[in-house]
Design a protein around this ligand. Structure first.
Ligand code: Z16
Length: 808
């Protein structure tokens, strides 16, 4: 039964006329205006609310079904979410995309203009944040009862602009117009403690006397499933000063600003997203954010548990908490504290519950990305948690000593506390010790975790280690991002079931040899290039879109561009394959080496652009401010996907999957999920180059000298010299020096192999039919990379949860 009917409410209509009525009603009652006087912002907010109402109705039914089922829940804890724009997605999922546009036109509104006001909440840095969003999408689509928890940062990932080719950061005040997708839930606010000290009462019970009290105020956004009535939520916490942080005595004394100092300070906790990916920043505010997220979310999880359950031993049966990297790892000592100090459970029972409840996903192999916190700072901010970690460590190290008698070095390595050169809490070690499952995010990554980064732990608990290869939402990254290709695919397959069952793309294999299908496939790709606004749709669109990091090696792509430039300059008369090379991505604001690479790319682009002998064949473009929205525009237009990290450094990559799914061919190393992509799409349809992980490791261990490659390879020497000699507007000497004198990520060692592989790309491009065939096969064989498969893997191997169907 429709809950709305049950409540005596009029059911929401499914016709354009009814949608139009609802638009008018929302415009009038929610925005207080009429069509005649509405601004575009009024129209946008009204449209969003009218679409949202359809999902709200499903949300009510979902909550009812979940309450009745009292199921095992997945709670996904993540400091970052890159949800992307909501409007288009929610129109698709609610089945209102067509009627909404008709209704708007009826009211004299321009749908494109109105939809253009939708804003992307940029509450994450890169792959990890977008993965969180894709997994939520897939969990809802698979009817898994789940809640995502995160932080509602006032300022998201900075807006990237260029000034003289250099990255300049601007604040991203994403919700200054409000956010129509959000439901505030002030009743569910939580109290969070910081600082202070611990005391023990007569019974030996520990009590934490805090020095600061902050409120966490939640709001949630809807996470609808596609093709199902399930609507889950993502709950985001925002910090607020508590009543006690308002100093009434100061206010009475006329010191108005001082009276609110503490409250303002408290609100800083959720003010800004830390813009670093893959490097741990070690700042106290960051630790406060992490504890804030964890403390609010755990209390909320427990509140929800108590709605239907009473017995703590049931908790792990009803709850699995997935830690998205180490950022929310404080949840482990926090749940211990709640169970032991507040609920009075004994340590051993509490520890059993905690370990059964949590699972940990690791997203890196870079040692500098493994978070550690200075013990003195930790102790000041979270005195009780440090005591708990010490006790966990005592028990744990006893277990290690028993398993490996006499191996003191192992004990030192595995300890939750680093002693030298300074005392630090090791969050990854804590995350492994306090969970029932640890997973890497691609096969190679999981193997390397168990054999290198977390080897000691894998030797102690081999069964705890899993692999769950990442995946992407086919709804977001092909159906919505690439509507024309999606239509062609649906036509080719005779239906659109593939959107929720991506393995069905295999049906396209048969069409890869169909000439008319191939030419339509090509036409779609070209139309997507035109939509993106790139010049010549016939030119090979070569894209490298990802965060800027030395290990990802944008410098290598740049050396190849400079080499092409030199070849064309040396032989201007020849026919070259025209290429448009597109870079997009942000560098962490304090990551100077990466910012130098950005500046050099822009300089090289300008020099090439100004050179009429070269510009007909080579164009370098670098649109600023890469985000989910821009990615969704670039990915469908790409012919070639650059996945060129040093082998053994990229945990997985997910852009690689999005590009292959949209028919781009990959040029890549044997790193992260590239390996699995190549396995699936076939070695013939993938341009492989470079050292593999064992060879790269061996080279580094045997005294790598970048300069030897420079000395031996004239083309490489020419490319590097031109940088060092300032041929590109005098920009980039730092980049050249760093490559020649150190080259941490073996860029020069892989240069020759990369350039040769690029020559094969050019040769392959000239056989248009064969290229298109390979493109179709990339799409046809990318079904494995659906986030639906990823979520099924988590559900079967780690979460042990079942779907709950939402009734009508
Ligand atoms: C991040 O985006 C990733 C790792 C990390 O330690 C921190 C951040 Cl913010 C990325 C990995 O670099 C990438 O390989 C992977 O595909 C992605 O996380 C999702 O797992």
């Amino acid at each position: 039964m429709d809950v709305r009917n049950g409540m005596g409410l009029r059911p929401l209509g499914t016709s354009a006329a009814e949608f139009e009525q609802d638009l008018l009603s929302n415009l009038y009652y929610r925005r207080g205006t009429t069509v005649e006087s509405a601004s575009t912002q009024d129209a946008y907010e009204t449209l969003a609310l009218t679409v949202r109402d359809r999902l709200a109705e499903r949300r009510v039914r979902t909550a009812a079904a979940h309450y009745a089922a009292n199921p095992r829940w997945v709670y996904y804890l993540s400091a970052e979410y890159l949800l992307g724009k909501q409007l288009e997605q929610n129109m698709l999922y609610s089945g209102t995309d067509r009627i909404a546009r008709i209704a708007m036109k009826q009211l004299g509104l321009d749908p494109d203009e109105v939809e253009g006001l939708d804003v992307e909440p940029g509450l994450g840095n890169g792959g990890l944040g977008r993965l969180a969003a894709c997994l939520l999408d897939a969990m809802a689509t698979l009817d898994i009862p789940a809640v995502g928890y995160g932080i509602r940062y006032d300022l998201g990932i900075f807006k990237q602009t260029f000034k003289n080719g250099a990255q300049v950061e601007k604040p991203d005040d994403w919700s200054y117009q409000g956010n129509p997708w959000e439901f505030p839930a002030p009743d569910d606010r939580q109290t969070v403690f910081f600082y202070g000290h611990t005391e023990r009462d007569a019974n030996g019970k520990t009590c934490w006397i805090p020095g600061e009290v902050v409120l966490g105020e939640p709001s949630h956004m809807l996470v609808p499933g596609h093709g199902t009535d399930t609507v889950n939520i993502v709950r985001l916490w925002r910090a607020r000063g508590s009543e006690s942080s308002f100093d009434l005595s100061r206010f009475s004394a006329g010191q108005y600003a001082e009276a609110v100092d503490e409250a303002v300070h408290a609100e800083n906790i959720s003010k800004v997203l830390y813009p670093d990916d893959s490097t741990e920043s070690g700042r106290e505010l960051r630790l406060k954010q992490q504890y804030f997220l964890v403390s609010c979310s755990l209390r909320d999880i427990i509140r929800r548990f108590r709605l239907r359950n009473t017995d703590w031993s049931e908790f792990p049966k009803k709850t699995v908490i997935q830690l998205n990297d180490t950022h929310p790892t404080l949840a482990i000592p926090e749940l211990m504290r709640l169970l032991v100090d507040e609920e009075g459970l004994n340590w051993d029972l509490a520890w059993t519950i905690v370990r059964q409840t949590f699972a940990y996903t690791c997203h890196t192999l870079l040692p500098e990305a493994l978070e550690t916190w200075s013990v003195p700072m930790f102790e000041r901010l979270l005195p009780r948690h440090l005591e708990i970690i010490y006790t966990i460590n005592e028990h744990f190290l006893a277990e290690v000593r028993e398993a490996f008698p006499g191996d003191v070095d192992r004990v030192r390595r595995m300890s939750l506390i680093q002693e030298e050169p300074d005392r630090r809490v090791r969050m990854a070690n804590l995350a492994v010790v306090g969970t029932q499952a640890v997973n890497g995010v691609a096969e190679l990554h999981s193997e390397l975790l168990a054999s290198t980064t977390l080897r000691d732990f894998a030797e102690l608990w081999p069964a705890k280690f899993h692999n769950v290869t990442n995946g992407i939402s086919p709804r977001r990254f092909i159906k919505i991002a690439n509507p024309t290709l999606s239509s062609l695919i649906s036509e080719g397959l005779g239906g659109d079931e593939w959107i929720n069952d991506l393995d069905r793309l295999a049906g396209l294999e048969a069409l890869a040899d169909d000439e008319s299908f191939r030419s339509r496939w090509r036409a779609v790709k070209q139309a997507n290039k035109v939509r993106l606004g790139l010049g010549d749709p016939e030119s090979l669109t070569d894209v490298m879109i990802k965060r800027f990091h030395e290990y990802k090696r944008q410098q290598l792509k740049l050396l190849h561009i400079i080499t092409m430039y030199h070849r064309i300059k040396a032989n201007p008369g020849q026919a070259y394959v025209p290429r448009t090379v597109l870079f997009a991505g942000k560098a962490a604001p304090a990551y100077h080496a990466a910012k130098h690479v950005i500046r050099l790319i822009n300089a090289v682009a300008a020099v090439i652009d100004a050179d009429p002998a070269v510009s007909p064949y080579l164009k370098v473009v670098f649109p600023p401010n890469y985000n989910v929205t821009l990615g969704s525009l670039i990915i469908p237009a790409a012919d070639l996907s650059e996945q060129i990290s040093m082998a053994g450094k990229e945990a997985s990559g997910t852009g690689n999957m999005k590009l292959a799914l949209n028919g781009a061919l990959t040029i890549g190393t044997l790193d992260g999920a590239n390996i699995e992509i190549r396995d699936k799409v076939g070695a013939d349809n993938f341009f492989l180059f470079g050292l593999d992980t064992p060879a790269a490791t061996a080279l580094k261990n045997n005294g790598y000298r970048a300069r030897d490659h420079y000395d031996r390879d004239p083309e490489l020497r020419h490319a590097l010299d031109s940088i060092l000699d300032g041929k590109f507007l005098g920009i980039g000497r730092e980049v050249g020096e760093s490559l020649l004198n150190w080259d941490e990520y073996l860029t020069l060692a892989d240069y020759r192999s990369y350039v040769d592989a690029q020559d094969q790309v050019d040769a392959a491009w000239q056989d248009t039919d064969q290229w298109t065939r390979k493109s179709i096969l990339n799409t046809a064989r990318s079904g494995f990379f659906s986030a639906d498969r990823t979520v099924r893997d988590y559900a079967a191997g780690i979460w042990h949860v079942n779907p709950v169907k939402v009734g009508r």
